[in-house]
Design a binder for this molecule. Structure first.
Ligand code: TXA
Ligand code: MG
Length: 342
């Protein structure tokens, strides 16, 4: 398949390109495009054949359901069986933005989208390109992250080009994603509401609106292989580069000592720590006390580990609070749950 690659800097000015993307989607095709979190691989959520193409292009396991993206609450209404008061409160506070809600689904949602679950994950993104494509097409868009399944999520168009060229109809280059990690996922199909995936909307912020929110055990740990995943995506290793990563908790001095004993290993560190490890190949992913910045750069740092051919990497662990919980959650999966405390 020939993949058309276009650049959109301004959704208003580049309306003809937005229309072209909408036409591809209306014809049952696939478009990779920017959102504020990560790039998404979009298809018409109501067309099960189009949705199946997403799974084929990504190499995604069939049992991992997709998020449906809408531009407004009116378009959401027919897709869900109920929209509880708690969902309305969260929508008021955080939409449009990086929050996904799991709700009981209506009969309109194909099983291919929900992977046979009775629920559907919905999100109202804020990125102007994504919003324009939804509005012009008039379609709810199913869109997982636009990476090959198991690779780190794409935060720049070139990541999508690397992973999906020849497998999708169109890739829209809209620059770097401002958040850099996938949306927060909360289930409102249970009581109390359950945080399934941490993101830029933090657990603390959710609790400030709903006061009672539980945190799924899979957020900071490994899923038990035998238990049913509340969010199927959480059971996969995911987000992983080819390099073998160990996540290291503790002071920088202990980290430096550990690395001095590991021949040929590379390090994923905080900004400013590289000069303190002169013998070691280092990639920095942000300042130690700025999790939003770490979030923005983590996935391109993980891809760079592979570009530079590192096989064995030790990574400085972020503080798992606020948005740091999301950074920790992704790094833990990139490390296939291998972490040590010094
Ligand atoms: O920021 C994002 O959410 C990006 C952009 C493109 O919007 N999308 C994204 O999609 O990250 P994906 O498919 O990579 O991750 C969706 C996550 C998976 O962990 C999946 O298991 C979970 O949401 N999910 C989807 N539907 C669900 C449902 N009905 N119940 C529980 N979890 C669900
Ligand atoms: Mg993904």
């Amino acid at each position: 398949m020939n993949t058309e690659i276009v650049k959109i800097e301004d959704a208003q000015r580049d309306l003809p390109l937005i229309r072209r993307a909408a036409d591809v989607l209306l014809a049952g095709g696939l478009v990779a495009l920017p959102t504020e979190t990560v790039y998404g691989l979009a298809a018409n959520a109501l067309d099960k054949n189009a949705v199946r193409k997403i799974f084929a292009a990504k190499g995604r396991p069939q049992d991992n359901p997709l998020i449906v993206h809408v531009a407004g609450l009116k378009e959401l209404e027919p897709l869900v069986a109920r929209f509880p008061d708690k969902a309305a409160l969260l929508a008021e506070e955080f939409w449009p933005g990086p929050l996904t809600m799991v709700l009981p689904k209506s009969g309109l949602i194909p099983d291919a989208v929900s992977a046979g679950l009775p629920t559907v994950a919905v999100r109202m993104p804020s990125h102007p390109v994504m919003r324009a494509v939804i509005s012009v097409s008039g379609l709810p868009l199913a869109a997982p992250s636009a990476n090959r399944s198991g690779h780190p999520s794409p935060t720049e168009a070139r990541h999508c080009i690397d992973d999906l060229s020849g497998k999708v109809d169109m890739i829209i280059d809209g620059g770097e994603c401002s958040v850099g990690l996938e949306s927060t996922v909360i289930s409102l199909a249970c009581e109390p509401p359950l945080l399934l995936r941490p993101g830029a909307v933090t657990l603390e912020q959710l609790r400030a609106v709903l006061d009672d929110v539980e945190c799924d055990g899979a957020v900071s740990g490994r899923m038990n292989e035998n238990t049913q995943a509340s969010s199927p995506g959480m059971k996969y290793k995911h987000y992983a580069p080819d390099a073998k990563i160990t996540l290291v908790h503790g002071a920088f001095e202990s980290f430096a000592r550990l690395l001095s004993e590991q021949n040929g290993s590379a390090a994923l560190v905080f900004d400013g720590e590289e000069p303190l490890l002169p013998q070691i190949c280092c990639i920095a992913y942000g300042p130690k006390n700025d999790p939003a910045h770490q979030a923005r750069h983590l996935f391109s740092a993980l891809r760079e580990l592979d570009t530079r051919g590192f096989r064995r990497v030790y990574a400085r662990a972020p503080k798992p609070h606020g948005m740091g919980l999301a950074v920790y959650n992704r790094l833990l999966r990139a490390a296939a749950f291998d972490e040590i405390y010094l």
